[in-house]
Structures are given as C-alpha cells and as structure tokens.
Design a protein. Structure first.
Length: 111
C-alpha cells in the first residue's frame, strides 16, 4: 500500500492511499476528518473526477439537522475535469481549503 503524508499545523496530516486513490485528513486521535477520492470514468466528456467528503461534525446546527434526516455522516462535493492536470491542481487547492476550514472550526469550538 503506497502512502504519502503531508502534515498540517493543526496536528492533522494528509495521507494518500494509492489502492483506493484516496487522500485522508487524519487527526492525532486517528479519526478521519475528511477524504478526497480521485476516479476516472471513460467515454465521457469529463472523465476525471474528484469527490471530497468532510465529516459533518465540523458544520453548524442547521447542517447537522439536514444531514441527520438523511442518515449521512459526510458532506460531499463532486467535480469533473477534462484532464488529469486540472484534477490534480483542484485536489491540491481543495486539500488546503479543507484544512483551513477544519482549523477554523476547531478554533471556534465547532469540531
């Protein structure tokens, strides 16, 4: 299993699992705060996809209620791209956005 790590300043680190093509933001207590999956679907105009999942515990009361009604644990966002380079740049930016979001929520006492 191939893995690459990128540490953030909030005691969390990004780990990459090559078998699942998944980036995971892992906290110090080994809980997973976020995931970003990469995939490809042939025979479409935009074959490269990225799907980000953020744990619902970092969101506010309204989002918690909405997600609880649907019996979900993750808030998801998905995008498609025409080439692999676009997807890679999006994943790099999205990793930074998610880390900033979670740091801000933890500092506010939301996570």
């Amino acid at each position: 299993m191939a893995s690459r790590c990128n540490r953030t300043d909030a005691g969390m680190e990004w780990k990459y699992d090559g078998l699942r093509a998944c980036h995971e933001l892992v906290a110090e207590d080994d809980s997973i705060a976020a995931r970003i999956y990469e995939s490809e679907k042939q025979k479409t105009v935009r074959p490269f996809r990225a799907k980000s999942l953020i744990s619902v515990f970092f969101y506010g009361e309204r989002r918690l209620n909405t997600v609880a009604r649907r019996n979900k644990e993750w808030v998801t966002h998905q995008r498609s791209f025409k080439n692999k380079a676009e997807r890679e740049s999006y994943v790099a930016c999205r990793k930074q956005e998610i880390a900033r979001f979670i740091r801000r929520r933890v500092a506010e006492g939301g996570g």
